[in-house]
Design a protein around this ligand. Structure first.
Ligand code: ADP
Length: 539
């Protein structure tokens, strides 16, 4: 029996690049590289070289379903592999180099990746790990021929493999539900867990992310992904940009303020995205040099809460709109984006800014949300009630890679581990991660809210709040502050700043000045902080 009157071609990732190579053939892709000159070509060129890479991988024996791993930065070569590997039915395992050695080896072995392609400055890491990687049968260095060094792993050179191959290929059509990317969570608890993105999930996610109510891309945009390609596919930007004909600017591993500013100015970047840490460094650079963000119009920031002061500075001082997003590896990763609505606009600019700057984002088509209490009962969307945040939809994980049990329930609801409120406008606000919530005298203190206030204090670069055991109140918050270079902000300054901005019982019991440790995905490492300061209040 017919299932409908429309066609049913499976959604395929390679079709995105094929589309861009015909509809936006000359649109540029510019890439910094580890220590080679800046690379420039266009979507047509990217398709040709992706085909060459795919032919080379086939020659090395890659078959549909096989995993191919990368240890690579945001470069055009990595981008080519984003298309070449799924284009021959393979699965690209984007290894996160910020994990510990044992975790990197664990993910490579767990994924059963057979080939590892790596950027040149990962050679020492690869050589160190090689004895623990019996499954890797070929190492390939992402390098030009001139600078290629095989090392003790006897790596082949990417460019010399490519020149031997034809730019023509019959791409492999796979089931749209077949795996295409394998991304591991950072494993803050236990071993990293693999999330296998299907072609269908990646394509639908990329289409949704470009919508006007999300990133709002047009062919005039120049997009520079500063979230890592190895971390949940850089929020899908390597797909959303070509779908919309945007110029792509790849910053490699050079995420410092000066390098980003140079690319923004020289390439006319209009849109970028990354974790707050990167934009803290970027704002410090502007402050230091007196420069402005030139053509930059919009910034998506997520991965951890965007400090309100950061969003305000970008908007008010530089006219750059900050779109906060929330998501996770398990959601491909886009969950919600903070964009305005007419209803909000009617309340005035201040109310709109407040909503956009202090909430993680607004409900998007394709990802359903709900908040529930401890018994699993639905909580109201009144902006007050907070509970466990559950999500579901076509780009939400059902089961982790090679696990025996589902991660989501039978209706598809996946518990994110975050605590959130949702308001009548559909804006979601994360108040904490379950494991980071501070329970003081039976009441909750939101570590994120407290950090947000503290980070706005002049001289504060990073503010981290964790709960430590307290003999009377069970837990009390302590505040750890990393100062801006040269700043002299004191404990008294911080308390004076907090006083009028928080309720009394949220006042941190102690303020420490220290370097704030970050996790492999650039979030404040609260586990380390809790261990470091666990005895802070015992006496
Ligand atoms: P990890 O591997 O560290 O879990 P993810 O990037 O998948 O890496 O982390 C997802 C988590 O990051 C979310 O569950 C949430 O706790 C946090 N997060 C992401 N975006 C935001 C945001 N805008 N505000 C606050 N927390 C966020």
């Amino acid at each position: 029996m017919s299932t409908g009157l429309m066609q049913t071609p499976p959604l395929q990732i390679i079709d995105i690049l094929k589309f861009a190579a015909s509809a936006h053939a000359r649109r540029e892709i510019v890439s910094r590289l580890v220590d080679e000159p800046i690379w420039r070509y266009d979507y047509a060129g990217c398709l040709r070289r992706s085909a060459q890479a795919a032919n080379a991988l086939k020659r090395l024996g890659v078959k549909p379903g096989d995993r191919v791993a990368t240890l690579a930065w945001n470069t055009h070569r990595h981008l080519e592999l984003f298309y070449a590997v799924p284009g021959i039915g393979g699965v690209l395992h984007t290894v996160n180099p910020r994990l510990f050695d044992e975790q990197i080896a664990y993910t490579l072995n767990h994924a059963e990746s057979g080939i590892l392609l790596f950027d040149r400055n990962f050679l020492p890491l690869v050589e160190r790990l090689a004895p623990q990687l019996p499954g890797i049968r070929a190492f390939i260095m992402l390098s030009d021929e001139q600078r290629h060094t095989p090392g003790i792993v006897n790596a082949r050179g990417y460019e010399s493999l490519l020149v031997a191959e034809s730019p023509e290929i019959a791409w492999t059509r796979t089931d749209e539900n077949a795996g295409a990317f394998l991304c591991y969570t950072s494993g803050t608890t236990g071993d990293p867990k693999g999330v296998l993105y299907s072609h269908r999930a990646v394509v639908l996610h990329a289409m949704a992310a470009g919508l006007a109510g999300a990133f709002g891309f047009t062919a005039f945009d120049v997009v520079m992904p500063c979230s890592s390609l190895f971390h949940a596919t850089a929020w899908g930007l390597p797909f959303t940009a070509p779908i919309n004909g945007c110029k792509l600017v790849m910053p490699c591993d050079k995420m410092d303020g000066a390098s980003l500013q140079e690319l923004i100015v020289n390439e006319g970047v209009t849109f970028s995205g990354g974790v707050p840490t990167i934009w803290t460094m970027y704002l410090a650079q502007l402050e230091k040099t007196g420069q402005t963000p030139a053509t930059l119009q919009r910034l998506v920031i997520g991965g951890s809460a965007v400090p309100r002061a950061m969003a305000e500075t970008f908007q008010k001082k530089f006219g750059v709109t900050v779109l906060q997003i929330w998501g996770m590896t398990e959601t491909c990763p886009l969950g919600v984006v903070a964009t305005p609505t007419p209803e909000l606009a009617a309340l005035g600019e201040e109310a709109t800014n407040e909503a956009i700057w202090t909430r993680q984002g607004r409900l998007q088509f394709g990802i359903e949300l709900k908040i529930v209490d401890d018994d699993g009962a639905d909580l109201p969307w009144d902006g007050e009630a907070s509970g466990a945040l559950l999500v579901r939809g076509p780009w939400t994980v059902q089961r982790y890679f090679r696990m025996d049990e589902d991660a989501a329930d039978q209706d598809g609801w996946f518990d994110t581990g975050d605590i959130a409120t949702i308001d009548t406008h559909g804006f979601m606000r994360i108040t904490d991660r379950k494991k980071d919530v501070i329970k003081s005298g039976g009441e909750w203190i939101s570590s994120i809210d407290l950090e947000n206030v503290a980070v706005a204090c002049p001289g504060v670069k990073i503010a981290a709040v964790v709960g430590v055991p307290h003999p009377k109140w069970e837990e009390r918050p302590i505040l750890v502050i990393e100062r801006h270079d040269g700043a002299s902000v004191s404990e008294a300054d911080v308390y004076a700043f907090l006083e009028s901005r928080i309720v009394k019982w949220w006042k941190p019991d102690v303020v420490f000045f220290d370097a704030v440790p970050l996790t492999a995905t650039g979030k404040i490492d609260k586990k380390v902080l809790r261990t470091r300061y666990i005895a802070a209040l015992s006496g």
